[in-house]
Design a binder for this molecule. Structure first.
Ligand code: CMP
Length: 139
Protein backbone atom coordinates (compact mmCIF):
# COMPACT_ATOMS: atom_id res chain seq x y z
CA UNK A 1 0.00 0.00 0.00
CA UNK A 2 1.41 3.40 -1.04
CA UNK A 3 1.74 5.89 1.82
CA UNK A 4 2.90 8.70 -0.46
CA UNK A 5 -0.21 9.15 -2.63
CA UNK A 6 -3.59 10.77 -2.18
CA UNK A 7 -6.53 11.54 -4.42
CA UNK A 8 -8.34 14.86 -4.80
CA UNK A 9 -11.18 16.41 -6.74
CA UNK A 10 -11.73 20.11 -7.28
CA UNK A 11 -15.51 20.19 -6.90
CA UNK A 12 -18.11 21.88 -9.16
CA UNK A 13 -18.38 25.01 -6.96
CA UNK A 14 -14.65 25.79 -7.13
CA UNK A 15 -14.46 24.97 -10.85
CA UNK A 16 -17.45 27.24 -11.60
CA UNK A 17 -15.90 30.04 -9.52
CA UNK A 18 -12.70 29.87 -11.61
CA UNK A 19 -10.44 28.52 -8.85
CA UNK A 20 -8.83 25.55 -10.68
CA UNK A 21 -5.53 27.37 -11.30
CA UNK A 22 -5.27 28.88 -7.81
CA UNK A 23 -6.02 25.55 -6.11
CA UNK A 24 -3.55 23.55 -8.24
CA UNK A 25 -0.93 26.27 -7.60
CA UNK A 26 -1.44 25.99 -3.83
CA UNK A 27 -1.25 22.19 -4.01
CA UNK A 28 2.03 22.12 -5.97
CA UNK A 29 3.56 24.96 -3.90
CA UNK A 30 2.79 22.87 -0.81
CA UNK A 31 5.09 20.11 -2.12
CA UNK A 32 2.64 17.75 -3.84
CA UNK A 33 3.57 16.38 -7.25
CA UNK A 34 0.66 15.84 -9.69
CA UNK A 35 0.97 12.27 -11.01
CA UNK A 36 -2.45 12.15 -12.76
CA UNK A 37 -4.87 14.92 -13.80
CA UNK A 38 -8.28 14.96 -15.51
CA UNK A 39 -10.94 17.64 -16.24
CA UNK A 40 -14.21 15.75 -16.49
CA UNK A 41 -17.81 15.56 -15.27
CA UNK A 42 -19.46 12.82 -13.19
CA UNK A 43 -22.83 11.38 -14.16
CA UNK A 44 -25.16 10.98 -11.17
CA UNK A 45 -24.59 7.24 -11.41
CA UNK A 46 -20.79 7.67 -11.24
CA UNK A 47 -21.03 10.22 -8.40
CA UNK A 48 -23.28 7.79 -6.50
CA UNK A 49 -20.73 5.03 -7.00
CA UNK A 50 -17.79 7.21 -5.93
CA UNK A 51 -19.54 8.24 -2.69
CA UNK A 52 -21.20 4.86 -2.06
CA UNK A 53 -19.55 4.68 1.37
CA UNK A 54 -21.89 7.54 2.41
CA UNK A 55 -25.06 5.98 0.94
CA UNK A 56 -26.84 5.72 4.29
CA UNK A 57 -25.97 9.29 5.37
CA UNK A 58 -28.74 11.93 5.19
CA UNK A 59 -26.63 14.14 2.89
CA UNK A 60 -25.96 11.43 0.27
CA UNK A 61 -28.66 12.45 -2.24
CA UNK A 62 -27.66 16.13 -2.18
CA UNK A 63 -23.98 15.18 -2.38
CA UNK A 64 -24.52 13.03 -5.49
CA UNK A 65 -26.66 15.72 -7.09
CA UNK A 66 -24.09 18.45 -6.36
CA UNK A 67 -21.09 16.39 -7.50
CA UNK A 68 -22.76 15.68 -10.85
CA UNK A 69 -23.94 19.28 -11.37
CA UNK A 70 -20.87 20.51 -13.27
CA UNK A 71 -17.30 19.67 -14.27
CA UNK A 72 -14.68 18.63 -11.74
CA UNK A 73 -10.91 18.18 -11.78
CA UNK A 74 -9.61 14.82 -10.52
CA UNK A 75 -5.96 14.29 -9.55
CA UNK A 76 -3.60 11.86 -7.89
CA UNK A 77 -0.97 13.63 -5.77
CA UNK A 78 2.36 12.37 -4.46
CA UNK A 79 4.25 13.49 -1.34
CA UNK A 80 5.59 11.79 1.80
CA UNK A 81 2.67 11.30 4.22
CA UNK A 82 0.32 12.44 1.43
CA UNK A 83 -3.11 11.63 2.91
CA UNK A 84 -2.53 13.34 6.26
CA UNK A 85 -0.61 16.32 4.85
CA UNK A 86 -3.25 16.93 2.18
CA UNK A 87 -6.08 16.85 4.73
CA UNK A 88 -4.18 19.49 6.71
CA UNK A 89 -3.78 21.60 3.56
CA UNK A 90 -7.50 21.45 2.69
CA UNK A 91 -8.82 22.02 6.24
CA UNK A 92 -12.01 20.82 7.94
CA UNK A 93 -14.94 19.45 5.89
CA UNK A 94 -17.06 22.40 7.05
CA UNK A 95 -15.30 25.53 5.71
CA UNK A 96 -16.62 27.52 8.69
CA UNK A 97 -14.31 25.34 10.84
CA UNK A 98 -11.34 25.27 8.41
CA UNK A 99 -8.09 26.89 9.61
CA UNK A 100 -7.12 30.20 7.97
CA UNK A 101 -5.04 29.66 4.84
CA UNK A 102 -6.42 26.18 4.12
CA UNK A 103 -7.98 25.53 0.72
CA UNK A 104 -11.49 25.21 2.12
CA UNK A 105 -11.05 28.36 4.21
CA UNK A 106 -9.97 30.26 1.10
CA UNK A 107 -12.25 28.80 -1.56
CA UNK A 108 -15.21 26.85 -0.09
CA UNK A 109 -18.74 28.16 0.40
CA UNK A 110 -20.47 25.52 2.55
CA UNK A 111 -20.15 21.94 3.85
CA UNK A 112 -21.72 20.72 0.57
CA UNK A 113 -19.93 23.08 -1.79
CA UNK A 114 -16.60 22.66 -0.01
CA UNK A 115 -14.25 23.19 -2.99
CA UNK A 116 -12.17 20.00 -2.75
CA UNK A 117 -12.25 16.35 -1.78
CA UNK A 118 -9.29 14.61 -0.14
CA UNK A 119 -8.96 10.87 0.55
CA UNK A 120 -9.25 9.85 4.21
CA UNK A 121 -6.87 6.84 4.15
CA UNK A 122 -4.14 5.24 2.02
CA UNK A 123 -6.56 2.46 1.12
CA UNK A 124 -9.26 4.89 -0.09
CA UNK A 125 -6.66 6.98 -1.94
CA UNK A 126 -5.78 3.89 -4.01
CA UNK A 127 -9.45 2.99 -4.62
CA UNK A 128 -10.42 6.57 -5.55
CA UNK A 129 -7.39 7.08 -7.81
CA UNK A 130 -8.21 3.88 -9.70
CA UNK A 131 -11.83 5.02 -10.06
CA UNK A 132 -10.67 7.83 -12.38
CA UNK A 133 -7.31 6.77 -13.81
CA UNK A 134 -5.86 3.76 -15.62
CA UNK A 135 -2.21 2.74 -15.21
CA UNK A 136 -1.44 4.56 -18.49
CA UNK A 137 -2.68 7.88 -17.06
CA UNK A 138 -0.42 7.94 -13.97
CA UNK A 139 3.06 9.46 -14.38
P1 CMP B 1 -15.87 15.03 0.91
O1 CMP B 1 -14.51 15.11 1.53
O2 CMP B 1 -15.93 15.09 -0.57
O3 CMP B 1 -16.60 13.69 1.40
C1 CMP B 1 -18.00 13.57 1.54
C2 CMP B 1 -18.71 14.88 1.36
O4 CMP B 1 -20.02 14.95 1.86
C3 CMP B 1 -17.96 15.95 2.13
O5 CMP B 1 -16.73 16.24 1.49
C4 CMP B 1 -18.99 17.08 2.16
O6 CMP B 1 -18.91 17.94 1.03
C5 CMP B 1 -20.33 16.34 2.07
N1 CMP B 1 -21.12 16.52 3.29
C6 CMP B 1 -22.30 17.15 3.36
N2 CMP B 1 -22.77 17.15 4.62
C7 CMP B 1 -21.85 16.50 5.38
C8 CMP B 1 -21.76 16.18 6.77
N3 CMP B 1 -22.72 16.50 7.65
N4 CMP B 1 -20.66 15.50 7.20
C9 CMP B 1 -19.69 15.13 6.33
N5 CMP B 1 -19.73 15.42 5.00
C10 CMP B 1 -20.80 16.10 4.52
Amino acid sequence: MDTNKTFTMIKPDAVAAGHIGAILDKITKSGFKIVALKYTMLSSQKAGQFYEVHKDRPFYKDLVSFMSSGPIVAAILEKDNAVEDFRKLIGATDPAKAEPGTIRNLFAKSIDANAVHGSDSDENAAIEGSFFFSAFEKF
